[in-house]
Write a protein that binds this ligand. Structure first.
Ligand code: NAP
Ligand code: GLV
Length: 322
Protein backbone atom coordinates (compact mmCIF):
# COMPACT_ATOMS: atom_id res chain seq x y z
CA UNK A 1 0.00 0.00 0.00
CA UNK A 2 1.08 3.57 -0.70
CA UNK A 3 1.72 6.02 2.12
CA UNK A 4 0.22 9.46 2.78
CA UNK A 5 0.67 12.25 5.29
CA UNK A 6 -2.23 14.44 6.49
CA UNK A 7 -1.28 17.79 7.97
CA UNK A 8 -4.20 18.36 10.41
CA UNK A 9 -6.96 16.44 12.16
CA UNK A 10 -9.82 15.84 9.72
CA UNK A 11 -13.44 14.71 10.11
CA UNK A 12 -13.79 10.91 10.45
CA UNK A 13 -15.57 10.68 7.08
CA UNK A 14 -12.45 11.95 5.32
CA UNK A 15 -10.03 9.77 7.29
CA UNK A 16 -12.08 6.66 6.43
CA UNK A 17 -11.66 7.43 2.71
CA UNK A 18 -7.89 7.79 3.08
CA UNK A 19 -7.61 4.66 5.25
CA UNK A 20 -9.32 2.56 2.59
CA UNK A 21 -6.77 3.64 -0.02
CA UNK A 22 -3.41 3.79 1.75
CA UNK A 23 -1.45 3.78 4.98
CA UNK A 24 -1.30 7.22 6.49
CA UNK A 25 0.21 9.28 9.24
CA UNK A 26 -1.41 12.44 10.53
CA UNK A 27 -0.42 15.58 12.44
CA UNK A 28 -3.31 14.98 14.81
CA UNK A 29 -3.90 18.51 16.02
CA UNK A 30 -7.26 20.15 15.43
CA UNK A 31 -5.72 23.62 15.52
CA UNK A 32 -1.92 23.97 15.45
CA UNK A 33 -0.25 23.71 12.02
CA UNK A 34 2.31 20.97 11.56
CA UNK A 35 5.84 22.26 12.30
CA UNK A 36 7.78 22.72 9.08
CA UNK A 37 10.62 20.38 10.14
CA UNK A 38 8.15 17.59 10.92
CA UNK A 39 6.40 18.09 7.57
CA UNK A 40 9.74 17.70 5.78
CA UNK A 41 10.53 14.57 7.79
CA UNK A 42 7.12 12.97 7.26
CA UNK A 43 7.20 13.53 3.51
CA UNK A 44 10.49 11.65 3.05
CA UNK A 45 8.68 8.39 2.28
CA UNK A 46 5.19 9.74 1.48
CA UNK A 47 3.48 9.15 -1.88
CA UNK A 48 0.81 11.75 -1.16
CA UNK A 49 0.00 14.64 1.14
CA UNK A 50 -3.33 16.15 2.14
CA UNK A 51 -2.59 19.71 3.24
CA UNK A 52 -4.22 23.04 4.16
CA UNK A 53 -3.71 26.64 2.99
CA UNK A 54 -1.46 27.27 5.99
CA UNK A 55 1.02 24.65 4.71
CA UNK A 56 3.50 26.08 2.20
CA UNK A 57 4.40 23.43 -0.39
CA UNK A 58 7.43 24.67 -2.28
CA UNK A 59 10.65 23.40 -3.84
CA UNK A 60 12.18 22.75 -0.40
CA UNK A 61 9.27 20.51 0.60
CA UNK A 62 9.31 18.70 -2.73
CA UNK A 63 13.07 18.14 -2.53
CA UNK A 64 12.43 16.31 0.75
CA UNK A 65 9.69 14.19 -0.83
CA UNK A 66 11.20 12.10 -3.65
CA UNK A 67 8.21 9.71 -3.81
CA UNK A 68 5.48 12.35 -3.72
CA UNK A 69 2.91 12.05 -6.54
CA UNK A 70 -0.08 14.03 -5.24
CA UNK A 71 -0.71 17.19 -3.22
CA UNK A 72 -4.40 17.32 -2.24
CA UNK A 73 -5.06 20.85 -0.96
CA UNK A 74 -8.14 21.23 1.24
CA UNK A 75 -9.09 24.60 -0.26
CA UNK A 76 -10.13 26.00 -3.62
CA UNK A 77 -7.30 28.58 -3.56
CA UNK A 78 -3.82 27.14 -4.02
CA UNK A 79 -1.52 30.15 -3.69
CA UNK A 80 0.23 28.21 -0.88
CA UNK A 81 1.55 25.80 -3.51
CA UNK A 82 4.47 26.44 -5.87
CA UNK A 83 2.88 25.26 -9.12
CA UNK A 84 6.09 25.49 -11.14
CA UNK A 85 7.96 23.35 -8.62
CA UNK A 86 5.17 20.76 -8.74
CA UNK A 87 5.08 20.72 -12.53
CA UNK A 88 8.86 20.37 -12.74
CA UNK A 89 8.65 17.19 -10.65
CA UNK A 90 5.47 15.78 -12.22
CA UNK A 91 3.51 16.02 -8.95
CA UNK A 92 -0.26 16.39 -9.30
CA UNK A 93 -2.29 19.01 -7.42
CA UNK A 94 -5.99 18.93 -6.54
CA UNK A 95 -8.19 21.54 -4.84
CA UNK A 96 -11.78 21.66 -3.50
CA UNK A 97 -13.88 23.87 -5.81
CA UNK A 98 -17.69 24.22 -5.73
CA UNK A 99 -18.34 22.56 -2.35
CA UNK A 100 -17.43 25.82 -0.54
CA UNK A 101 -18.94 28.30 -2.99
CA UNK A 102 -22.22 28.93 -1.16
CA UNK A 103 -20.72 29.16 2.33
CA UNK A 104 -18.11 31.66 1.14
CA UNK A 105 -20.66 33.77 -0.74
CA UNK A 106 -22.84 33.80 2.39
CA UNK A 107 -19.90 35.07 4.45
CA UNK A 108 -19.23 37.81 1.88
CA UNK A 109 -22.81 38.96 2.35
CA UNK A 110 -22.53 38.74 6.13
CA UNK A 111 -19.53 41.10 5.97
CA UNK A 112 -21.23 43.37 3.44
CA UNK A 113 -24.35 43.79 5.57
CA UNK A 114 -22.41 44.07 8.83
CA UNK A 115 -20.15 46.80 7.40
CA UNK A 116 -22.98 48.66 5.65
CA UNK A 117 -25.20 48.68 8.75
CA UNK A 118 -22.48 49.11 11.39
CA UNK A 119 -23.43 45.89 13.18
CA UNK A 120 -20.11 45.29 14.94
CA UNK A 121 -19.65 48.97 15.80
CA UNK A 122 -23.15 48.94 17.30
CA UNK A 123 -22.42 45.88 19.44
CA UNK A 124 -19.15 47.40 20.67
CA UNK A 125 -21.02 50.61 21.58
CA UNK A 126 -23.51 48.66 23.69
CA UNK A 127 -20.76 46.57 25.30
CA UNK A 128 -18.97 49.82 26.23
CA UNK A 129 -22.24 50.97 27.87
CA UNK A 130 -22.27 54.00 25.56
CA UNK A 131 -25.80 53.72 24.12
CA UNK A 132 -27.73 56.70 25.46
CA UNK A 133 -30.41 57.75 22.93
CA UNK A 134 -32.38 56.86 19.84
CA UNK A 135 -31.69 59.82 17.54
CA UNK A 136 -32.54 60.61 13.88
CA UNK A 137 -29.02 60.29 12.57
CA UNK A 138 -27.64 57.91 15.20
CA UNK A 139 -25.48 55.18 13.59
CA UNK A 140 -26.89 55.63 10.10
CA UNK A 141 -25.49 53.26 7.50
CA UNK A 142 -25.69 52.60 3.76
CA UNK A 143 -28.75 51.52 1.76
CA UNK A 144 -28.57 48.42 -0.38
CA UNK A 145 -31.69 48.96 -2.48
CA UNK A 146 -30.96 50.65 -5.81
CA UNK A 147 -27.23 50.60 -4.98
CA UNK A 148 -24.61 49.11 -7.33
CA UNK A 149 -22.95 45.86 -6.24
CA UNK A 150 -19.65 45.03 -7.95
CA UNK A 151 -17.74 41.75 -7.91
CA UNK A 152 -14.07 41.62 -8.85
CA UNK A 153 -13.25 38.07 -9.93
CA UNK A 154 -16.74 36.79 -10.73
CA UNK A 155 -16.12 33.04 -10.97
CA UNK A 156 -17.85 30.40 -8.85
CA UNK A 157 -17.97 32.40 -5.59
CA UNK A 158 -18.36 35.80 -7.25
CA UNK A 159 -21.34 34.57 -9.28
CA UNK A 160 -22.91 33.21 -6.08
CA UNK A 161 -22.41 36.63 -4.45
CA UNK A 162 -24.19 38.26 -7.43
CA UNK A 163 -27.07 35.74 -7.31
CA UNK A 164 -27.66 36.54 -3.64
CA UNK A 165 -28.32 40.21 -4.53
CA UNK A 166 -31.65 39.37 -6.14
CA UNK A 167 -33.75 40.18 -3.10
CA UNK A 168 -32.05 43.53 -2.55
CA UNK A 169 -33.04 45.29 -5.80
CA UNK A 170 -29.46 46.21 -6.73
CA UNK A 171 -27.66 47.01 -9.98
CA UNK A 172 -24.96 44.40 -10.64
CA UNK A 173 -21.58 44.87 -12.31
CA UNK A 174 -18.41 42.75 -12.40
CA UNK A 175 -14.83 42.74 -13.62
CA UNK A 176 -12.88 39.67 -14.80
CA UNK A 177 -9.99 39.60 -17.25
CA UNK A 178 -12.57 39.17 -19.98
CA UNK A 179 -16.37 39.50 -20.22
CA UNK A 180 -18.40 36.34 -19.50
CA UNK A 181 -21.66 36.16 -21.48
CA UNK A 182 -22.92 33.11 -19.53
CA UNK A 183 -22.43 34.87 -16.20
CA UNK A 184 -24.23 37.94 -17.53
CA UNK A 185 -27.18 35.84 -18.71
CA UNK A 186 -27.35 34.02 -15.36
CA UNK A 187 -27.03 37.01 -13.03
CA UNK A 188 -27.93 40.11 -15.05
CA UNK A 189 -24.55 41.65 -14.18
CA UNK A 190 -22.80 43.94 -16.68
CA UNK A 191 -19.08 43.98 -17.45
CA UNK A 192 -16.91 46.96 -16.50
CA UNK A 193 -13.23 47.73 -16.79
CA UNK A 194 -11.52 47.69 -13.39
CA UNK A 195 -11.28 51.48 -13.18
CA UNK A 196 -14.91 52.01 -14.26
CA UNK A 197 -16.10 49.46 -11.68
CA UNK A 198 -14.20 51.19 -8.86
CA UNK A 199 -15.75 54.54 -9.75
CA UNK A 200 -19.31 53.25 -10.13
CA UNK A 201 -19.74 50.74 -7.30
CA UNK A 202 -21.41 51.30 -3.95
CA UNK A 203 -20.39 47.81 -2.78
CA UNK A 204 -17.28 45.99 -3.99
CA UNK A 205 -16.74 42.30 -3.20
CA UNK A 206 -13.36 40.74 -4.07
CA UNK A 207 -13.36 37.05 -5.03
CA UNK A 208 -10.37 36.97 -7.36
CA UNK A 209 -7.62 34.33 -6.82
CA UNK A 210 -4.24 35.54 -5.53
CA UNK A 211 -1.74 35.54 -8.39
CA UNK A 212 1.22 37.61 -9.57
CA UNK A 213 -1.36 39.74 -11.41
CA UNK A 214 -3.70 40.30 -8.45
CA UNK A 215 -1.14 40.78 -5.64
CA UNK A 216 -1.56 44.40 -4.51
CA UNK A 217 -4.47 44.93 -6.95
CA UNK A 218 -6.16 47.26 -4.41
CA UNK A 219 -3.81 50.06 -3.37
CA UNK A 220 -3.92 53.80 -2.77
CA UNK A 221 -4.90 54.74 -6.34
CA UNK A 222 -7.72 52.14 -6.45
CA UNK A 223 -9.16 53.29 -3.09
CA UNK A 224 -8.96 56.91 -4.31
CA UNK A 225 -11.22 56.01 -7.25
CA UNK A 226 -13.93 54.59 -4.97
CA UNK A 227 -17.03 56.54 -3.95
CA UNK A 228 -16.99 58.03 -0.44
CA UNK A 229 -19.93 55.75 0.46
CA UNK A 230 -18.28 52.60 -0.91
CA UNK A 231 -18.27 49.43 1.20
CA UNK A 232 -15.34 47.14 0.34
CA UNK A 233 -15.36 43.40 1.15
CA UNK A 234 -12.44 40.99 0.70
CA UNK A 235 -13.10 37.25 1.02
CA UNK A 236 -10.38 36.25 -1.46
CA UNK A 237 -6.81 36.56 -0.14
CA UNK A 238 -5.14 39.21 2.01
CA UNK A 239 -2.19 40.09 -0.25
CA UNK A 240 -4.61 41.27 -2.97
CA UNK A 241 -5.03 44.36 -0.78
CA UNK A 242 -2.30 46.78 0.31
CA UNK A 243 -3.32 46.96 3.99
CA UNK A 244 -1.26 50.06 4.80
CA UNK A 245 -2.92 51.88 1.89
CA UNK A 246 -6.34 50.63 3.02
CA UNK A 247 -5.72 51.99 6.52
CA UNK A 248 -4.82 55.43 5.13
CA UNK A 249 -7.74 55.35 2.70
CA UNK A 250 -10.24 54.55 5.46
CA UNK A 251 -8.88 57.38 7.56
CA UNK A 252 -9.22 59.70 4.54
CA UNK A 253 -12.87 58.64 4.13
CA UNK A 254 -13.00 56.25 1.18
CA UNK A 255 -13.96 53.48 1.24
CA UNK A 256 -16.63 54.22 3.82
CA UNK A 257 -16.32 50.83 5.51
CA UNK A 258 -14.74 47.43 4.94
CA UNK A 259 -15.42 43.80 5.72
CA UNK A 260 -12.36 41.54 5.76
CA UNK A 261 -12.13 37.77 6.07
CA UNK A 262 -8.53 37.56 4.87
CA UNK A 263 -5.29 39.37 5.71
CA UNK A 264 -1.79 39.72 4.31
CA UNK A 265 -0.24 37.80 7.23
CA UNK A 266 -2.59 35.40 8.93
CA UNK A 267 -3.40 35.08 11.74
CA UNK A 268 -3.43 38.82 12.51
CA UNK A 269 -2.92 39.98 16.08
CA UNK A 270 -5.19 42.27 18.12
CA UNK A 271 -2.81 45.21 17.58
CA UNK A 272 -3.30 45.19 13.78
CA UNK A 273 -3.75 48.88 12.75
CA UNK A 274 -6.97 48.17 10.82
CA UNK A 275 -8.64 46.97 14.03
CA UNK A 276 -8.27 50.45 15.55
CA UNK A 277 -10.80 51.83 13.02
CA UNK A 278 -14.53 51.70 13.84
CA UNK A 279 -15.56 51.02 10.24
CA UNK A 280 -13.61 47.75 9.86
CA UNK A 281 -15.42 44.43 10.31
CA UNK A 282 -12.85 41.65 10.60
CA UNK A 283 -13.28 37.89 10.90
CA UNK A 284 -10.58 35.16 10.98
CA UNK A 285 -10.65 33.57 7.49
CA UNK A 286 -13.95 31.75 8.05
CA UNK A 287 -15.37 32.02 4.52
CA UNK A 288 -15.94 28.28 4.15
CA UNK A 289 -16.36 27.57 7.86
CA UNK A 290 -19.67 25.76 8.16
CA UNK A 291 -19.63 22.18 9.43
CA UNK A 292 -21.16 20.67 6.29
CA UNK A 293 -18.87 22.65 4.01
CA UNK A 294 -15.72 21.71 5.91
CA UNK A 295 -16.76 18.03 5.87
CA UNK A 296 -17.40 18.31 2.11
CA UNK A 297 -13.98 19.96 1.57
CA UNK A 298 -12.17 17.34 3.66
CA UNK A 299 -13.89 14.41 1.95
CA UNK A 300 -13.25 15.85 -1.52
CA UNK A 301 -9.57 16.32 -0.67
CA UNK A 302 -9.48 12.77 0.73
CA UNK A 303 -11.14 11.36 -2.41
CA UNK A 304 -8.57 13.13 -4.58
CA UNK A 305 -5.70 11.75 -2.48
CA UNK A 306 -7.19 8.25 -2.56
CA UNK A 307 -7.78 8.43 -6.33
CA UNK A 308 -4.17 9.41 -6.99
CA UNK A 309 -2.78 6.68 -4.75
CA UNK A 310 -4.96 3.96 -6.31
CA UNK A 311 -4.31 5.06 -9.91
CA UNK A 312 -7.84 6.40 -10.44
CA UNK A 313 -8.63 9.65 -12.28
CA UNK A 314 -8.36 12.76 -10.09
CA UNK A 315 -11.72 14.34 -9.25
CA UNK A 316 -10.77 18.02 -9.16
CA UNK A 317 -7.25 18.33 -10.59
CA UNK A 318 -5.41 21.66 -10.83
CA UNK A 319 -2.16 20.22 -12.19
CA UNK A 320 -2.74 16.80 -13.77
CA UNK A 321 0.78 15.57 -12.98
CA UNK A 322 2.92 13.17 -14.95
P1 NAP B 1 -12.88 30.86 -9.69
O1 NAP B 1 -14.17 30.19 -9.99
O2 NAP B 1 -11.66 30.44 -10.41
O3 NAP B 1 -13.13 32.43 -9.89
C1 NAP B 1 -12.12 33.36 -9.98
C2 NAP B 1 -12.52 34.43 -10.99
O4 NAP B 1 -11.53 35.45 -10.97
C3 NAP B 1 -12.62 33.91 -12.41
O5 NAP B 1 -13.91 34.19 -12.89
C4 NAP B 1 -11.57 34.69 -13.20
O6 NAP B 1 -12.13 35.10 -14.43
C5 NAP B 1 -11.31 35.90 -12.30
N1 NAP B 1 -9.93 36.38 -12.39
C6 NAP B 1 -8.78 35.66 -12.31
N2 NAP B 1 -7.71 36.48 -12.41
C7 NAP B 1 -8.20 37.73 -12.55
C8 NAP B 1 -7.58 39.01 -12.71
N3 NAP B 1 -6.26 39.14 -12.77
N4 NAP B 1 -8.38 40.09 -12.80
C9 NAP B 1 -9.74 39.96 -12.76
N5 NAP B 1 -10.38 38.78 -12.63
C10 NAP B 1 -9.61 37.67 -12.54
O7 NAP B 1 -12.54 30.73 -8.14
P2 NAP B 1 -13.55 30.64 -6.90
O8 NAP B 1 -13.88 29.23 -6.63
O9 NAP B 1 -14.66 31.62 -7.10
O10 NAP B 1 -12.55 31.14 -5.73
C11 NAP B 1 -11.97 32.41 -5.81
C12 NAP B 1 -10.99 32.64 -4.69
O11 NAP B 1 -11.66 32.84 -3.47
C13 NAP B 1 -10.04 31.49 -4.39
O12 NAP B 1 -8.93 31.48 -5.27
C14 NAP B 1 -9.62 31.75 -2.96
O13 NAP B 1 -8.45 32.52 -2.92
C15 NAP B 1 -10.78 32.56 -2.40
N6 NAP B 1 -11.52 31.82 -1.37
C16 NAP B 1 -11.54 32.30 -0.10
C17 NAP B 1 -12.27 31.64 0.86
C18 NAP B 1 -12.33 32.14 2.27
O14 NAP B 1 -12.42 31.35 3.19
N7 NAP B 1 -12.28 33.44 2.48
C19 NAP B 1 -12.98 30.47 0.55
C20 NAP B 1 -12.92 30.02 -0.75
C21 NAP B 1 -12.19 30.71 -1.70
P3 NAP B 1 -11.18 35.33 -15.74
O15 NAP B 1 -10.35 34.09 -15.86
O16 NAP B 1 -12.18 35.53 -16.83
O17 NAP B 1 -10.40 36.56 -15.42
C1 GLV C 1 -10.07 29.08 1.41
O1 GLV C 1 -9.59 30.13 1.63
C2 GLV C 1 -10.03 28.42 0.14
O2 GLV C 1 -9.34 28.88 -0.78
O3 GLV C 1 -10.71 27.38 0.02
Amino acid sequence: MKKAFITRRLPDEALAIVAAACNYEIWDSAEEPVPRALLLEKLRDADGVLCLISDRVDAEVLDHAPRLRIVANMAVGYDNIDLAALRARGVALTNTPDVLTDATADLAWALLLAAARRVVEGQKLIEADSWRYWAPLFMVGQDLQRATLAVVGAGRIGAAVLRRAQGFNMRLIYHNRRPNAELEAQTGASYRTFAALLQEADFIVVTVPLSAETRGMFGASEFALMKPNAVFVNVARGPIVDEAALYEALKAGRPWAVGLDVFANEPIRADHPLLTLPNVVAVPHIGSATLNTRIAMATLAARNLAAALTDQPLITPVVPGA
